[in-house]
Every structure is written in structure tokens, then in C-alpha cells.
Write a protein of this length. Sequence first.
Length: 137
Amino acid sequence: MSRSLTIPLLLVVFCLAWGSACPAANDPVPDLKELLKARLEVAQEGMRVAENELQAGRASVKDTFVWSRRLLEAQLAVSEKKTERVAAHEAYLKRAKAVEQMAKAQFDAGRVTVKDYLEAKFDRLEAEIGLKRAAGK
């Protein structure tokens, strides 16, 4: 048997033996826009949960910023216009300021460390820088 037939034949045998491992011809494959939209929805829900848990004292500042950053990235991925990208950065900065205020209040109350507060401040500054860059300033 020639080498050029061996690989396709092995692939056919593999798919017949383990049919579920091979995609069916009629299996719908989500397109990129659908995947980006689904990721955005997950990021929005994750951000909502993280904010609620931070307010209740069950999440860290870092956890909240991870979800905030994921949300920004997901929003940027679906943005087609500069105005949409700038709006995503503005929303990110608004969230960053709110988290920084919560972190400051929690630090003042002795519920978080100075490291947590500095992390919130750092992330807020990152958000401001990102907005300036997105806006072209």
C-alpha cells in the first residue's frame, strides 16, 4: 500500500472505531460572532457575580478585576467601531473606580490589606491608561 493512502485510510478506520471523536458533516459549528457573543455574556455574568461577592466580602479585589478585565476584552472583541471600543474602556474605568473605592473603604475598616488597596489603585490607573490610548489621547 502506498504511503499516500496510508494516512487517509488510518483516519477513516479511526473515525469508524471512535465515531464520536470525529465531527459529523452536519454538526453545526458556531461561527466566530456567536462564540464572541457567548463569551461576552459569560463575562457579563461573571462580572455581576464578582461585584456582588466583593460587596458581600466573599471575593477579593483581584478576582473582581480579573472578571472586569475579561469583560473589557470580550466587549472589545465584538466592537466594530472606535466609539464602541472607547465606550468599553469607559465602562472598564467606571468599574475600576468603583472597585478602588470599595477597596479603600474595606482597607480603612481593616477588612483588606494595603496590598489589596494598592492592587485596586493600580488596576484603576491601568484602566485610565487604556482609555487614553483607545481615545487616541
